[in-house]
Design a binder for this molecule. Sequence first.
Ligand SMILES: [Zn+2]
Ligand SMILES: [Zn+2]
Length: 135
Amino acid sequence: MSCLDCSKRELDGRYTQSSKELRKAWGCDEDAPNALMRITCPKCKGQVSDCPSCEGSGVKYLKRCPNAVALPDVSNALPYLALAQEGGPLPEKGGLLDQTSAFRKALLIYGEEIGKVREYIQENARNSSASNKIK
Ligand SMILES: [Zn+2]
Ligand SMILES: [Zn+2]
């Protein structure tokens, strides 16, 4: 989900009509009407059955644009993480071991979360094709 699309402005600085609609749908300025994505609970990593943050479900539902809630260093790292994940260029010269340990750690987490997203998408595709067969 890219915020390039929800940040397009007219020449006078106002958001374009399509940006305004995206900003509403993606929760750029306030909670979106529906949950946008599901993440592993960052408090307990899905490991604590009486976690107060996720009430033991292990997941959290996000209603805000990730760019609206991410800390600046996270937003800055994201494009590099996406590139590195695809085997593209790394922020520091050299190989993976030449990167900062924070970057390597972030890359691991990013890879895990992307894996979960792909699983979720596949699961949904399977479920919807299964329910189509029932009809
Ligand atoms: Zn946004
Ligand atoms: Zn939790």
